[in-house]
Write a protein of this length. Structure first.
Ligand code: AMP
Ligand code: MG
Length: 401
């Protein structure tokens, strides 16, 4: 039997770093930027109006007040998107809209609220200093400035910035596409009627979600029967669209362990000193990492968090850390098998003095989805402990919310 750390080290030593690819902006959403992006031009690209109002020469309106407004002839309109160049001389003004280029000669914008809104001539009741309500070229971003550094994740604001500097495509380290396959003759699709002895396939849905929560792209490929040649064929078929593949089931000691039969010689099947999740398989199939996780749903989920999530992060060049690691104080004693690292399902609460507390979340069997679905954390009990008393501080992993 190998330790959790040994098995994880083998996985992290084997998974490839994904090569950068060039993607259209919306396809790049959620990926990590693989190049520095700089602005080819300043933002804003030209001086423009911050308000709907009138472009004026500020000295013309210096004396304007409620009691003695200044009246100026309006010689035209300039709107956002007007590509012609406009200009005024002293004594004149132009009606201007937000985002429209400033006319040559004008040095301030009077907002429409300070006027009578006239279209032929306008009465202005307040003065404005030079530069008033003008958004200057380059006041947001200067030409040549790096606006996004490599390694940043492209969320909505970063996508907006890429578009604002004119980029239609961008080089990114893509989110790994992970195909999820469950195996088992007993599995039926949720929504269909199971016969006696059959159950609904829950693993493939759960792990597709877990992939998405780990910055991967989960692709659920459904359930396979326990036929080794079919399992092998399905994996080969999926390689084309997968950066990694996860299977569940068929890797323990039973008479019909199809995944193990199909892949012995290609992957390594081992027992790992952990509970749940002892039977594990891992290896590369034509260079693609394959994780064969045990079939019990809680085992499959814990195995994902312990081994697959770190691997998916490493493939993106990120630190292979567990989800939300921290500590909390146990509210109850827990018992744990000596020699195995134990991952219990727990519920967090705020204990006395506001410290984080954790309570085991119900029945802890590896088939018991009830406690997992009610949990918001895993409690990690080290190999050498068999009893951890209430009041002791333990390691916890917060599960994605
Ligand atoms: P196995 O690892 O194939 O021996 O399966 C262990 C246990 O997990 C059995 O009780 C299976 O019925 C159950 N199991 C396997 N795959 C799934 C799945 N996709 N969804 C729900 N339960 C499963
Ligand atoms: Mg099975």
């Amino acid at each position: 039997m190998r330790t959790v750390d040994e098995h994880l080290a083998e996985i992290l030593g084997a998974v490839p770093l994904l090569a950068p690819i060039d993607l259209a902006l919306l396809e790049a959403e959620g990926a990590l930027l693989a190049e520095p992006v700089s602005a080819p031009i300043p933002l804003p690209p030209f001086d423009n109006s911050a308000m709907d109002g009138y472009a004026v020469v500020s000295t013309d309106v210096a004396s304007a007040s409620e009691d003695s407004p200044v009246t100026l002839p309006v010689v035209g309109d300039v709107a956002a998107g007007d590509t012609g160049v406009s200009a005024i001389r002293p004594g004149l003004c132009l009606r201007i809209m937000t985002g429209a280029p400033m006319p040559a000669g004008a040095d301030a914008v009077i907002p429409v609220e300070w006027t009578d809104g006239g279209t032929v001539s306008v009465r202005i009741t307040r003065p404005a200093p030079p530069g008033h309500y003008i958004r200057r070229a380059g006041e947001d971003v200067q030409a040549g400035q790096v606006v996004l550094e490599p390694g940043v994740r492209l969320r909505a604001p970063q996508l907006g910035m890429l578009a604002a500097v004119g980029r239609a495509r961008v080089s990114v380290r893509p989110r790994p596409r992970v195909v999820v396959l469950s195996t088992g003759d007993e599995l039926r699709e949720p929504g269909s009627e199971p016969a006696f002895g059959q159950i609904w396939d829950s693993n493939s849905f759960m792990l597709t979600g877990a992939v998405n929560e780990s910055e991967g792209v989960g692709i659920r490929a459904g359930a396979l029967t326990d036929a080794p040649e079919k399992v092998r064929e399905a994996l080969e078929d999926q390689l084309i669209r997968a950066d990694a593949i996860i299977t569940t089931g068929g890797v323990s000691m039973g008479a019909r362990d199809a995944v193990k039969e199909a892949l012995t010689g290609t992957l390594t099947f081992t027992k790992v000193a952990m509970r749940p999740g002892k039977p594990q398989g891992f290896g590369l199939l034509h260079g693609i990492p394959i994780f064969t996780l045990p079939g019990n749903p809680v085992s499959a989920y814990v195995s994902f968090q312990v081994f697959v999530r770190p691997a998916l992060l490493a493939m993106q060049g990120l630190p292979p850390e567990p989800p939300g690691a921290g500590t909390a104080v146990l509210t109850e004693e827990v018992r744990s098998p000596a020699g195995l690292r134990h991952y219990l399902r727990g519920r967090l609460s705020s204990g006395e003095d506001g410290d984080l507390a954790v309570t085991p979340a119900g029945a802890q069997g590896s088939h018991q989805m009830g406690a997992l679905a009610a949990a918001d954390a895993l409690i990690v009990v080290p190999e050498e402990r068999d009893i951890v008393p209430a009041g002791e501080r333990v390691e916890i992993w917060r599960l994605p919310r």
